[in-house]
Design a protein around this ligand. Structure first.
Ligand code: MRU
Length: 369
C-alpha cells in the first residue's frame, strides 16, 4: 500500500539481506518508526510486543525469523537440532494465530532437506519471500471474491451508502498487502461503491482506532471510530449492512478465533439479521482442529494493557492509568465465535459457508478427514 506515495509493506528484507525491517505498529498512528530485526530474539520480541501483529503478518515474520536463525547459525551444534529449537522458540511467541506456526514450519521443513549452509540461506530467504508474496496475492483475491457481496447490498440499497462494521485491524498492516477484512472494502472503494466503515476501537490496544482508522484514512475510505460496545445499537437502528472481520485461527469446522469482542458482534449481528462474514487466507485455517471453543489456545496478555491507555499528549505518546491502582485486571486477547453465527468465509478461492463440508469443497487437499 502507499504511504506518502511510496509503496510499502509492513515487513521487508533490507538491501544487504541481513536485517528484517518492520513498521513498529505499537506507535501508529502518531509516530511512524521502522525497526530493525537482526536475530531470532529480535523477531520473538517484535511478535510478543506487537511491533508486528495480525495473523498473516506474524506468519511472515516467523518465516523471516527462521531465515535470521539460519544466517546466524554458528555451527557449534548440529544444524537440525539448532533449527528445530529456534523454530520452537519462534512458534511460542504468540499462541492463538495459527499462521505463526504455519509460516515457521513451512520454512523449517524446506531447510531440513538441505545440507549446505549457503543453500540453506538462499532457500530460507526465498521461502520467506514467497510466503510474503503469496499472502499478498491471497489478500488481493479475498478482495476480488468479497467485492460482489458489497456490490449486491449497494444495488439493493439503490446506490445508498453501504455501512460495514469491522473489529480490530485486519488491514494491510496485519497482512502484507490489502488486508483480509479490508480487502473487499478497498475493492469496493476502487470500484466507486459508496461505502462507510464503522471501526470498533478494539480495546485494550485499540488496533481499530489506531491502525484501521489510519489505514482507511490514508486510502480515502469514509470511516467512523466507535466504542466497542456501540455495534449492537447501530445494528438495531439499521446503521450496519454487514460485518466483516479477520481471524487468527479458524477450525476446519468453521469456529472463528479473532480479537476479543468479535463474538459479541456476531451475536448482535445474528439478532439483527445482519450478515457476518469472516475474511481469511487458507493459512489461517487449522486443519487439525474441530472444536474452536475447547481447542483454540486463547492468549492472555499483560493486564497492564487493560489498566493503561496509550495516546498522544501534547505531541508525545504517553500511557495513563484508568482503574484504581490497586484493581486487578484480566486481558483475554481473543474469543471464539461458533460457526453457527458466521454467514460465510471469504477466502482466496471464493466464498463458502462455515461448515466442514463447504470448507472442504474449497480446500479439498488440505482437509485431513
Ligand atoms: O492481537 P492482534 O492485533 O495480533 O490481533 C489481530 C486480530 O485479531 C486480527 O483481526 C486478525 O489477526 C486477523 S488479521 C488479518
Amino acid at each position: 500500500m502507499k504511504i506518502e506515495n511510496k509503496s510499502m509493506r509492513p515487513i521487508w528484507l533490507d538491501k544487504d539481506s541481513r536485517i528484517v525491517k518492520v513498521i513498529d505498529q505499537r506507535l501508529l498512528p502518531h509516530e511512524f518508526v521502522i525497526s530493525d530485526l537482526r536475530s531470532v530474539d529480535d523477531v520473538i520480541n517484535a511478535i510478543k510486543e506487537m511491533f508486528v501483529r495480525g495473523a498473516p503478518l506474524v506468519g511472515v515474520a516467523g518465516a523471516y525469523g527462521v531465515y535470521l536463525a539460519v544466517i546466524n547459525f554458528d555451527e557449534k551444534t548440529g544444524f537440525d537440532d539448532f533449527l528445530i529449537n529456534e523454530c520452537n522458540r519462534l512458534k511460542a511467541a504468540r499462541p492463538t494465530a495459527v499462521n505463526l506456526s504455519w509460516g515457521v514450519d513451512r520454512v523449517m521443513y524446506e531447510l531440513l532437506k538441505i545440507t549446505s549452509q549457503p543453500a540453506r540461506i538462499d532457500r530460507a530467504r526465498d521461502e520467506a519471500a514467497n510466503i510474503a508474496d503469496e499472502e499478498a496475492e491471497n489478500c488481493r483475491r479475498i478482495g476480488e471474491n468479497g467485492l460482489p457481496l458489497i456490490d449486491e447490498i449497494w444495488i439493493k440499497k439503490g446506490g445508498e451508502t453501504v455501512n460495514i462494521l469491522t473489529h480490530c485491524n485486519a488491514g494491510w498492516l496485519a497482512c502484507v498487502e490489502y488486508g483480509t477484512a479490508t480487502a473487499p472494502i478497498y475493492a469496493a472503494y476502487e470500484n466507486d461503491i459508496d461505502i462507510h466503515v464503522w471501526v470498533d476501537e478494539t480495546r485494550p490496544l485499540n488496533q481499530g482506532a489506531r491502525l484501521t482508522a489510519w489505514e482507511l484514512g490514508k486510502h480515502g475510505v469514509k470511516h467512523t471510530v466507535i466504542t466497542d460496545n456501540a455495534g449492537g445499537h447501530l445494528m438495531q437502528h439499521g446503521m450496519v449492512d454487514m460485518v466483516i472481520v479477520g481471524t487468527d485461527r479458524t477450525t476446519c469446522t468453521g469456529d472463528v478465533a479473532n480479537k476479543i469482542g468479535t463474538y459479541l458482534k456476531a451475536l448482535a449481528a445474528r439478532d439483527n439479521n445482519i450478515p457476518f462474514y469472516v475474511a481469511l487466507p487458507s493459512s489461517t485455517f487449522d486443519w487439525e482442529l474441530d472444536d474452536g471453543i475447547r481447542g483454540i489456545p486463547i492468549e492472555e496478555r499483560d493486564p497492564d494493557e487493560v489498566r493503561y491507555v496509550q495516546g498522544l499528549d501534547h505531541g508525545s505518546i504517553r500511557s495513563v492509568l484508568i482503574p484504581p491502582a490497586s484493581s486487578p485486571a484480566a486481558n483475554f486477547a481473543f474469543d471464539v465465535t461458533p460457526a453457527r453465527l458466521v454467514t460465510g468465509f471469504i477466502t482466496e478461492r471464493g466464498i463458502c459457508r462455515a461448515t466442514k463440508q463447504d470448507i472442504k469443497r474449497l480446500f479439498p487437499e488440505k482437509m485431513i478427514q
